[in-house]
Ligand binder design. Sequence first.
Ligand code: BGC
Ligand code: BGC
Length: 598
Amino acid sequence: MQMTALTSAFVYEAHVDALLARMTLAEKIGQMTQVEKNSITPEEVTRYTIGSVLSGGGGNPEENNPHTWAAMVRTYLEAGQNTRLAIPVIYGVDAVHGHSNVQGAVIFPHNIGLGAAGDPELVERIGEVVARELLATHVRWTFAPAVSVPQDVRWGRTYEGFSEDADRVIPLALAFARGLDRGRRVLHSFKHFVGDGATQWNSTQLAEWANADNWQAATPFYKIDQGDAQVDEATLREVHLRPYREAVEAGALNIMVSFSSWNGVKMHRHHALLTKVLKGEFGFAGFLVSDWKGVDQIAPSHYECVVQSVNAGMDMVMVPYDFRRFIDALTSAVQNGDVAQARIDDAVRRILRVKFALGLFEDSFGDEALLAEVGSTAHRAVAREAVRKSLVLLRNEGQTLPLARDLPALLLAGNAADDVGLQCGGWTIAWQGGSRATGVLPGGTTVLEAVRQTVSPETLIHVDPAAQFAEGVTAPVGIAVIAEQPYAEGFGDNAAPALAADDLAMIDRLRARCDRLVVVLISGRPLIVTEALPKIDALVAAWLPGTEGAGITDVLFGDHPFTGRLAYSWLRSLDQLPLARLKSDPAGPLFRFGDGLV
Ligand code: BGC
Ligand code: BGC
């Protein structure tokens, strides 16, 4: 399968060797350094020959639009051109569902929805669109796709995984990477290596010495994210390593290492998995990047962290803040003989190989002519198609769906009835995402707006998120659009993923005002709905659909059929967690993997 064709990467091996021979130790260590954009100036990028700059979640320019993004990234790429050997800088972002930090970009469904759509050809097209929006702003690297295989829906990153089943994950992830490549050479990052989806509830132990950042004041929320994958090697290989093996066979050029541990050993220092298995046995020839400050979680001293991680096989370190401290530590480590010169050369060779393969030495920039395409109608059409295909119809009593366009009246309720921020979820404009109310509004169409565009002008639409309608207001159909509050990473770890009490009460109020009740659930994972189910005539799992709410009405009103199928088992009760338990419970799930009415 032609992806980013490492074979062609090796064509440049002579160039890589020639360049490496001319580089000083400082230049080599600079290439191994990735810095967050607010922690470094372009002048410093030049001075230290920095390999990569990134925006973390929400790492936006002050005024956030595609043009300010392009200008910001450009200055860092120019800084690379100005280095002694003109070694290109590569800029990275988390375009995990579109160029999702950028105001005005199209936001696609999160992977959990694409897993339900199960359409690799569509995902490849999405990859291509995302690449074009990235290139418009000169970004040539996205930290995607996740090839996590989540085994416990309490995990706050469940939605970043396509499916609980590796067989569903693999073709979609490879399709996304192919699409990025087709969109003219944007680097992928298969992540997080390995077993991020296998961690045990309550196994997260964030190192005390890494607690300096304010974000880690939030660590009480982290219960399973960054935890310990307590699985045997056979399971690790069959479920969690397989996506990487296949990605490497397809030509993977970059892999991000996981914060998590395998049986008590942090992946960031796991020599056996990083070097022996991934680079040795699988033959991975690209470079490994660490996760955000992940190296610092290994040991109390930064020096020790750097030594252990680089010796384990880390090639580039997402520092992300204090790059001087990192550079000093690695420089001393080489001088002291704690890290061999050969290991440094290997890491830099891998980084340069990828930069050559991407064509960065000829042109490290994107193409500002593509700015006109960011958020374009054509791009939104692809996202709308993805929304349509991701919806899973779980219940449809008395053929409630599809709805007629000429209903005399319609009640619309739920917190997400008119909120594009809730539709998008985490990793949208801000790291944690946000609601429309908090101003995190990337454009697009809410369900209310889409309903208005769909129904006949005579249809009376009553809207109230809490379903507290004035006395006497009734309608043949009520639609409740209910969303989880957005979250990212460990902030989303949730001991009890279920409909909230407020939502249950709202459902009761709405139920009393309509003949038919339709519930559209916007969530980053299956939520327990068992108690409410008998009251609901039609239940639609919409996952985190992104900006194109019209994809929902396309299907609710029958312009397109339901085709989505569950890529996660839908649990009946909390005592069925995690997945292994659910699988052995004779009661079975509420809805099975593969379920979906048509
Ligand atoms: C996340 C990664 C992400 C990185 C950069 C980390 O905290 O685990 O998935 O790519 O931050 O934002
Ligand atoms: C960044 C994220 C990063 C997180 C650490 C945040 O401040 O914006 O990108 O993933 O810190 O986990």
